[in-house]
Write a protein that binds this ligand. Sequence first.
Ligand code: NAD
Length: 356
Amino acid sequence: MKIFEEMGRYGFEQVVFANDEASGLRAIIAIHDTTLGPALGGCRMWPYPSEEEAIVDALRLARGMTYKNAAAGLDFGGGKSVIIGDPRKDKSEALFRAFGRFVDTLGGRYLTAEDVGVSVEDMEIVHTETDHVLGLSAAAGSSGDPSPVTAFGVVRGMKACALEVFGSDSLKDRTVVVQGAGHVGYNVVRYLTEEGAKVYVTDIYEDRVKKAADDFGAKPVAPDKVFDIECDVFCPCALGAVINDETLPKLKCKIVAGAANNQLKEERHGDALEDMGILYAPDYIINAGGVINVADEFYGYNRERALRKAAGIYENVLRVIGIAKRERIPTYKAAAWLAEERIAKLGRIHKVYVPA
Ligand code: NAD
């Protein structure tokens, strides 16, 4: 892999390779863009089959955070880190302390947090070596589980989509199919039933479906029957790549709006949704509640303020729809436009002070 070529293609600022023989730490910290502020993005631990796959993942995720943070109106850039290792076997205090020391050498240019394979407890260990970590336990005065705030933002974004498609943002009596009743999906079901929507819910774990059904009166659906239901909104809250060549012809909805990351398997599937007349709420716009919540810790966490900012996802979705209509582009492209415009504007301001 030609690393500088790859960095140049997408404008990466810095990639740090961290190696600690004593603990066995091998980590990559990728900083994509710090125009808007320090790079914020979680730390993932995964048994990558090759170093190249670890680098590619770190770069892809870091760049994704730039767009997510910028489009959410946060004063943070994009970054991400990956630790090469099996989270079930290779974790140790020494490993996370070593990781914390490397994060600290960056002097706050990169702020880390938990991600796949890394827990709040692991981040508490990282915190013994550096202050540049967010998303610690609620007991430590921080923001806690982001999922309810993510769910709140998703439903706000869904209401904005309803306004565009139905002329009213009320979700009362609208039929919504929620795929995935995990941390976010369960809370989405809760908010939707509060709004008076007719909610169907599915999960590969029956107990999760049962809980959402028992607690909120949602109707259970088998995972493989999820596309059989005629609905107003399909709400993906499980895995990524759910909009693909197989699922597209089966969709019976007017809106796709949910929490899952990377919902479009490929960009062309976003074009296909547009052609089918289905409004797509771009994932990183509508699921930004979690990062909005954790980012608030930087200013001394305040739950009300975090929720107020997450409520702004409503306006942000309308903004994206507005750009899409004005520029005659699909919404996923409009979302990228929104993020790039914000960075470019501030980028120009920064450049004024750069000596010739
Ligand atoms: P989770 O693991 O708690 O929940 C996901 C649920 O989806 C699980 O219950 C799982 O059994 C279910 N599932 C998996 N495959 C399925 C299938 N084929 N059909 C039906 N259900 C299936 O995760 P989460 O924290 O709720 O996150 C959900 C999605 O939202 C993920 O894509 C995540 O990346 C994204 N997201 C989460 C947050 C957050 O705050 N947690 C923020 C932004 C984005």
